[in-house]
Design a binder for this molecule. Structure first.
Ligand code: CP
Length: 343
């Protein structure tokens, strides 16, 4: 694989390679020097056309830990303010010898367009999707996967550890590229994925996930066969709920999502107080889950909206800081696999 743009066609073997490679880099990061010469001489350009804190910084740190040279682009301070196009910007970075372009944009498909242009030019530049509109955020889903599988087996994280686990994804599914990438990876692992959101934020038809055997049962949309050729599973795996409780019941992990107010028209934006009452995750609501349940959030968080401030900071349940920490090792793995031609 030359680019990483989506998880829709990732195989179990590819997921396991990323998890194992990230585990070995986690070990590197625990050493005093924290650095390896693996990508010495290579250039990683972070092309962020949309704002970011953790993704941009952790890709930069990951590249530096691999001894690559890094270039950081932010649209607001770039020549795009003078009218330069996205593809001309990418070609400018290509001309400086960039090997890997890490791309974020508010519109879906921009990383794919840059990758297609690089392929058309016949150059060996890899493009990594760092979040495109409402489409996908592959590195976030992979670091989520790493965070939960290393919790189960720190030395040997792998997909099969999640088989049969119940994972609830709660919140603004409609606008969430994180949810979309997580659905692909979690279903491929054999986990049972429950999506919960108000009807306005949970589309009934997730066309790409829905098979002919899908059906609606008691207002719950049951996807009864696997959406990917790589994970032919006989039992229902994806459930859509317009109430929170059925999703939380006996869950092993709860992934909360940010209300993406910037992507909402006024009629979609719920009252924040009502939303928190109905779908906000709190310690009390967590009692419906398994006793050792853990809570994730990709960040940034609207404290007190999708998750209570107290739960967010509770180290017994919250994996939010671990997710950020995992991000560096996982992004090292992705840059290494692309940069060394082993992806
Ligand atoms: N989770 C995530 O993508 O965060 P940033 O927008 O801060 O990069």
């Amino acid at each position: 694989r030359h680019h990483i743009l989506s998880l829709a066609d990732f195989t179990t073997a590819e997921y396991d390679t990323v998890l194992q490679t990230a585990a070995s880099f986690q070990e590197v990061l625990s050493r005093r020097t924290k650095k390896v010469p693996t990508l010495q001489g290579q250039v990683v350009a972070n092309l962020f056309f949309e704002s970011s804190t953790r993704t941009r910084s952790s890709f930069e740190l990951a590249a530096k830990r691999l001894s690559a040279d890094t270039l950081n682009f932010a649209a607001a301070t770039s020549s795009m303010t003078k009218g330069e196009t996205i593809l001309d910007t990418a070609k400018t970075y290509l001309a400086m010898g960039t090997d890997i372009m890490v791309v974020r944009h508010r519109e879906a498909g921009v990383p794919n367009a840059i990758a297609a242009e690089m392929d058309r030019l016949g150059v060996r530049v890899s493009v990594l999707n760092a979040g495109d509109g409402q489409h996908e955020h592959p590195s976030q889903a992979l670091l989520d996967l790493f965070t939960i599988t290393t919790l189960i087996d720190p030395d040997h994280p792998r997909m099969e550890l999640l088989k049969g686990k119940k994972i609830a994804i709660v919140g603004d599914i409609l606008h969430s590229r994180v949810a979309r990438s997580n659905i692909w990876s979690l279903i491929a692992s054999g986990a049972e994925v429950h999506l919960a959101a108000p009807p306005t934020l949970l589309p009934k038809l997730f066309a790409e996930f829905i098979s002919e055997e899908s059906e609606v049962r008691n207002q719950e949309f049951v996807i009864s066969s696997s959406p990917t050729p790589n994970s032919p599973l006989p039992t229902p795996q994806l459930f859509l709920h317009w109430q929170l409780e059925p999703a939380l019941q006996n869950a092993d992990f709860v992934m909360t999502l940010r209300l993406q107010k910037e992507r909402m028209t006024a009629h979609l934006l719920p009252s924040l107080r009502e939303y928190h009452q109905l779908f906000g995750i709190t310690s009390t609501k967590l009692q419906l889950c398994k006793p050792n349940v853990k809570v994730l959030h990709p960040g940034p968080v609207n404290r007190g909206v999708e998750i209570s401030s107290e739960l967010m900071d509770d180290p017994e349940f919250s994996l939010i800081q671990s997710q950020v920490t995992s991000g560096v090792a996982v992004r090292m793995a992705l840059l290494y696999l692309l940069g060394s031609g082993k992806a």
